[in-house]
Design a protein around this ligand. Structure first.
Ligand code: UDP
Ligand code: MG
Length: 314
């Protein structure tokens, strides 16, 4: 059986289209499908659409959250609910082309050593240039300093074996950065490229700022390099000011002290003060993460599942 995890946030228009496309794909493959839609606190009619679908088709299951917990929480809930030997993760907006699935299943079947078939966008067509620029920069940085390699353009859309999914579910962290988790667990992954496509309906829920925050999360969760940078900066500014002090002492002895140069003094103060604040900010980021982890709150709270529909049927 193939379990399909679909996180949905305000996708009332996309879900029927997505489901229709997937049903077409179902005819092409041998595996039985199991849909797991995760309604991530949508404000539109998504939940009702999922209830209806679950009524019509018993392959459809859904999990509805008590509020919006974010896509990562949706992925976790969905993965935990899967029962299939194969698991795939897809967006509801058809940006992850369902017609790739048969090929992915065939790739996985053909190579017994392969644990995962991922997908990546070959291009960033239709995306604002500034967004592409920052995305590229993010991948450069994270691959230099991070503990998990992340492939530029790789989507969350991937087909995984049960074994790999179980490994991912063993990572119990609260701050979940899926792109990193998928790669951190290891296993052999091959990537399929496809041309970027626009979402079929609705709007993306990512603004530039939310993406920026997301990328900072990715870096903080998978690298302690920013902390090292803070220490290095501290070390070198100490070293620099030590040398400067020596120079000033010598100069005072040999040339006297004209007591000038307070503008340079002020700029040095500001510079050092800035460095300190920045380092504190970096440390604060990590402490914030630790704070959230130690609170041990659930990553999501479920309000309703397809059980409700099934019970009503009886
Ligand atoms: N999504 C979600 N919770 C959120 C935001 C998004 O479950 O808080 C889902 C959304 O419904 C979609 C997928 O995550 O299925 C990807 O979102 P989106 O298409 O907005 O992102 P993009 O494709 O632009 O990166
Ligand atoms: Mg999308």
């Amino acid at each position: 059986m193939l379990s399909i995890v679909v996180p949905c946030y305000n996708e009332e228009e996309s879900i029927p289209l997505f489901y229709a496309e997937m049903e077409k794909v179902q005819q092409l493959v041998e595996d039985e499908f199991e849909y797991i839609f995760v309604n991530d606190g949508s404000k539109d009619n998504t939940l009702n659409i999922l209830r209806e679908l679950a009524q019509q088709d018993h392959k459809v299951r859904y999990i509805s959250f008590s509020r919006n917990f974010g896509k990562e929480a949706g992925l976790l809930a969905g993965l935990e609910a899967t029962r299939g030997q194969l698991v795939t993760v897809m967006d509801a907006d058809l940006q992850d082309p369902p017609e790739l699935l048969p090929q992915m299943i065939a790739m996985l079947a053909a190579d017994p050593d392969l644990d995962c078939v991922g997908t990546r966008r070959a291009d960033r067509e239709g995306e604002p240039a500034i967004r592409s620029f920052f995305a590229r920069m993010f991948y450069k940085i994270i691959n230099k300093i991070g503990q998990a390699e992340m492939v530029d353009g790789a989507r969350d859309f991937r087909l995984m074996t049960r074994q790999m999914v179980d490994a991912i579910l063993e990572l119990r962290e609260y701050n979940r950065f899926s792109k990193g988790l998928f790669s951190w667990v290891g296993f052999k992954t091959e990537y399929l490229s496809y041309e970027n496509r626009e979402r079929v309906a609705g709007d993306t829920s990512w603004s530039f700022w939310s993406l920026l925050n997301y990328s900072i999360d990715g870096i903080i969760n998978f690298s302690d390099m920013p902390l090292n940078i803070a220490s290095f900066m501290g070390f070198f500014s100490c070293l620099g000011s030590g040398i400067a002090m020596l120079i000033i002492i010598f100069r005072t002895f040999f040339y006297g002290d004209p007591t000038s140069g307070w503008p340079s003094m002020v700029s040095i103060f500001l510079f050092v003060g800035g460095l300190q604040l920045m380092s504190l900010g970096i440390i604060g980021k990590y402490i914030g993460k630790i704070f959230l982890e130690t609170k041990n709150r659930p990553v999501y709270i479920v309000k309703e599942t397809e059980e409700k529909v099934r019970v009503e049927e009886e």
